[in-house]
Design a protein around this ligand. Structure first.
Ligand code: MN
Ligand code: MN
Length: 470
């Protein structure tokens, strides 16, 4: 550290007083804090590796919650102050809450809402075929992906199959040290002259995202499609499946990579599905670490955000409002008044400024990797279309909480005004008449099979949530 000058000039003093400057998290952090930040990331990496799909994230999250005394909640159950409960919504989304003593019509519910689904390749319902010495599964991609990024990388298959007799099988293959992996073929550069002329969206056609699953022929000359039969017999051996069982299956091809530290200094983490587990984990752990019985807190880990928060596991489902209403009823309060008094941090990732692609960002308003959790007043695209635009009053309230708790944070805007856009669950929470603002971790290479974040921003997000729940 350089020695600071004893006395600032009048101008320099005034400049310090009046100007706003972003803060680099690690520059402000002593050895002890750095250790805490790095230790927290270890827990996160383990969570991420076990939570590649929303179903797995629900299982992993429940295991952590039960360790802290959380028990299952059924709609209609009585709730009393101090209760710590979770509602497992069809194994695909999760609501956790801690019922507080404070008057809900005045204090409201403090909500942290994030999502646990991530872009991937879903296996179609009639997927298996053999062609030219190889067997494949047809896929239908889920969420916004750059299709070419999903070729020529090791993939794992995760999911659930409901067999004809109604029994449920869990599939998870490709991550273990000795597991086989799966693969989407790409074209060799030698023959890619025509492909190279195409635009990005057409380099890889959606119907060429077929997952390679076999190459060994079943030894029987009476069988026509021998490799296909080998694959079917393996599926039968492993999961008791027949081909018809694909009809009642949700299988996902996800990257087979594990989360790893990135860089010589290990300041960053690479992994699949940071969007949005990198916000779900801080939301979950902030709740589980909260020992107070004063405030009522609800954490939502939603599914289907990547395809518009649709369906009964997405944020547009009435369930989340039902739980708030149940909390209100437990105190004999008016549910509308409780929602009106509630505040939500919509916890989702944002685009970290990437100097390699500087032209799409507006640097003054972009979030920087390593500069703390990023509050996004509005999302949407074009003229804020589709955005939940948080009020100045809410921004002021959040800002004050962060200042009082010494949270290092920054603001974020996805990119240049005309460059594109995106949304989060914020607009669906705010529709319940809840004050809502977006906050989350800046991500590099968002929606790619291997995204990168800073450990500082992960921990700063946790600190922000702890401060918010206090
Ligand atoms: Mn997201
Ligand atoms: Mn996303």
């Amino acid at each position: 550290m350089s020695e600071k000058k004893e006395k600032l000039s009048r101008g320099a003093e005034l400049e310090t007083k009046l100007s706003f400057k972003k803060t680099c998290y690690f520059e402000e952090c002593d050895e002890q804090k750095k250790e805490a930040v790095f230790a927290y990331a270890e827990g996160y990496k383990a969570y991420l590796d076990e939570s590649k799909t929303e179903r797995e994230a629900v299982v992993t999250s429940i295991a952590l919650a039960e360790k802290k005394g959380y028990t299952p909640y059924r709609l209609g159950d009585p709730i009393k102050p101090g209760d710590r409960k979770y509602f497992d919504n069809r194994g695909k989304s999760l609501v956790l809450f801690k019922a507080g003593k404070a008057d809900l019509e005045k204090d409201g519910v403090r909500i942290l809402a994030s999502h646990i689904d991530s872009p991937r390749l879903d296996i179609k319902q009639n997927p298996l075929y053999e062609d030219s010495g190889m067997a494949f599964l047809k896929t239908h991609y889920y969420g916004g992906i750059k299709k070419y990024q999903w070729t020529a990388i090791p993939l794992a298959l995760h999911g659930t199959v409901v067999l004809a007799d109604g029994s449920v099988k869990t599939v998870k293959i490709g991550d273990g040290e000795n597991d086989p992996v799966f693969y989407v073929n790409d074209l060799l550069p030698h023959l890619a002259r025509e492909q190279a002329q195409k635009t990005m969206g057409q380099i890889i056609d959606g119907e060429t995202l077929n997952v390679l699953v076999g190459g060994y022929p079943f030894r029987d000359d009476d069988v026509k499609e021998k490799i296909r039969l080998t694959v079917l017999s393996k599926l039968n051996e492993l999961y008791g499946m027949t081909e018809e069982d694909f009809l009642s299956a949700e299988l996902c091809a996800v990257p087979a990579f594990r989360a790893k530290d990135v860089g010589f200094d290990r300041a960053l983490v690479g992994g699949y599905g940071h969007d949005d587990k990198v916000c779900s984990y801080p939301a979950l752990t902030a709740l589980l670490d909260d020992g107070s019985d004063e405030h009522t807190v609800m954490v939502v880990l939603a599914d289907k955000e990547e395809i518009g928060s649709e369906g009964n596991t997405g944020m547009q489902c009435a369930l989340y409002e039902d739980v708030i209403n149940a909390l209100a009823a437990s105190q004999g309060k008016d549910p509308a008044a409780v929602r009106n008094a509630s505040v939500c941090l919509s916890a989702d990732v944002t685009a970290g400024y990437d100097p390699n692609f500087a032209s799409v960002y507006e640097k003054r308003n972009a979030s920087l990797v390593g500069y703390g959790t990023a509050v996004c007043k509005f999302t949407g695209s074009g003229g804020k279309s589709g955005s939940n635009d948080a009020s100045a009053e809410l921004m002021g309230r959040i800002r004050k909480i962060f200042a009082e708790n010494k949270v290092i944070w920054q603001t974020a805007e996805l990119g240049k005004v005309d460059a594109g856009g995106g949304g989060t669950v914020a607009k669906y929470v705010s529709k319940m008449n809840v004050d809502t603002v977006d906050i989350g971790v800046p991500v590099i290479s968002m929606h790619s099979p291997y995204e990168v974040i800073s450990k500082a921003d992960l921990y700063s997000t946790y600190e922000a949530f702890v401060a918010f729940l206090k």
